[in-house]
Design a protein around this ligand. Structure first.
Ligand code: UDP
Ligand code: MG
Length: 330
């Protein structure tokens, strides 16, 4: 059962908004106008707006500079080179002190006007509120079809269930921000990892607009890299493939040899199957090492019952207002 989120220390909760930007100079001023209009009108929240420049080569950083000069609630973070969208989101999440943090694209494909709805659901007690795409305006058939198929493939192969048709436009609670930024995973696939922790998750649907200026920064290469990361981080299936194929070939070879009463028929499938199974065994060890390196917690406690003088739920514990240094060391 969800618990409505408490207001701590008689202060208004802070809503952090992280905007990863890679060569978005053309659109950023427009994005900022729409974002601030929404955030200024958001009653019951303080806000902080963090633009992360992911190594842009156009005037993005200059635009962020001028926006950050206007108000203290606007900050900028510049990465030394283009580390990629996931790294930029992670940098923003680490930087944010929000009680809840929204990640939103810079190109206005994700409407800022949806943020109050995400914030209201957080107030109701949800730890993750994803924005699910109902339609995708202005995107190629290839992009829509490949994204549709990929999310379903990943969900069916994944060790845990994932929110379908969602990118990184979502709100996450402070507790989850700490978990996400605390794991030493160097291949973090954010949209998969948020579900892995199993905290209360819901979604709202929206119609995704077309990009308001410039071109997609997700080249085919970057899309493939992200999909690969998602598959490897969330599923052991690719590593097990070798064991499955080896076992099938070996079994087929045995059956053929028995039916034909000819042991020689087993020679080739036997050798192939044994090799593939041996590779699969190595894969299992690799998987064990990979999980260890990912450093995810063994479990996440959601509720705790009892009469001890402790917070009843981890999500209702007062959010810590740690210094930047402390947070990075989490
Ligand atoms: N982005 C980024 N680093 C990259 C690529 C993209 O920070 O290497 C940002 C980009 O500026 C945008 C968001 O990630 O805010 C999504 O990128 P884009 O809109 O180009 O992707 P698409 O919507 O076409 O999938
Ligand atoms: Mg986009």
């Amino acid at each position: 059962m969800l618990q409505e989120r408490r207001v701590y220390d008689n202060r208004r909760p802070v809503l952090g908004v992280v905007v990863p930007c890679y060569n978005e100079a053309e659109v950023l001023a427009r994005t900022h106008t729409r974002l601030t209009r929404v955030l200024e009108g958001l009653t019951g929240f303080e806000y902080e707006l963090i633009y992360v420049d992911d190594g842009s080569s156009d005037g993005t950083w200059a635009v962020i500079n001028s926006l950050a000069g206007e108000r203290c609630s606007v900050r900028g973070l510049r990465l030394s080179r283009n580390f990629g969208h996931q790294a930029a989101c992670l940098a923003g999440l680490r930087e944010s002190v929000g009680d809840a943090v929204v990640v939103i694209d810079a190109d206005l494909q994700d409407p800022p006007e949806l943020i109050p709805e995400l914030a209201a659901l957080w107030r109701d007690g949800w730890s993750v509120v994803s924005a699910r795409r109902r339609s995708r305006d202005g995107e190629t058939l290839f992009k829509r079809a490949s994204a549709y198929a990929f999310y379903r493939l990943l969900n069916s192969l994944s060790d845990h269930s994932l929110a379908l048709d969602t990118g990184d436009f979502r709100l996450v609670d402070r507790e989850l921000v700490a978990l996400l930024t605390g794991v030493p995973d160097k291949n973090l696939y954010l949209r998969g990892a948020v579900s892995w922790f199993g905290l209360p998750e819901t979604s709202v649907t929206y119609d995704r607009d077309a990009r308001q200026a410039g071109e997609s920064k997700y080249t085919l290469r970057k899309m493939l890299a992200l999909s690969r990361r998602g598959l490897l981080a969330g599923s052991v299936a690719p590593l097990r493939l070798s064991t499955y194929v080896g076992t099938a070939v070996l079994t087929g070879g045995c059956a053929a040899a028995l039916m034909q009463r000819n042991a020689r028929l087993l020679a080739r499938p036997g050798a192939f199957g044994a090799h593939a199974i041996a590779l699969g065994v190595v894969g299992e060890y690799l998987h064990a090492v990979f999980r260890q390196v990912q450093g995810r917690p063994d479990y996440v406690v959601q509720d705790r019952l009892g009469c001890a003088d402790r917070p009843a739920t981890v999500t209702s514990a007062p959010p810590s207002r740690q210094s930047r240094k402390e947070r990075v060391a989490l």
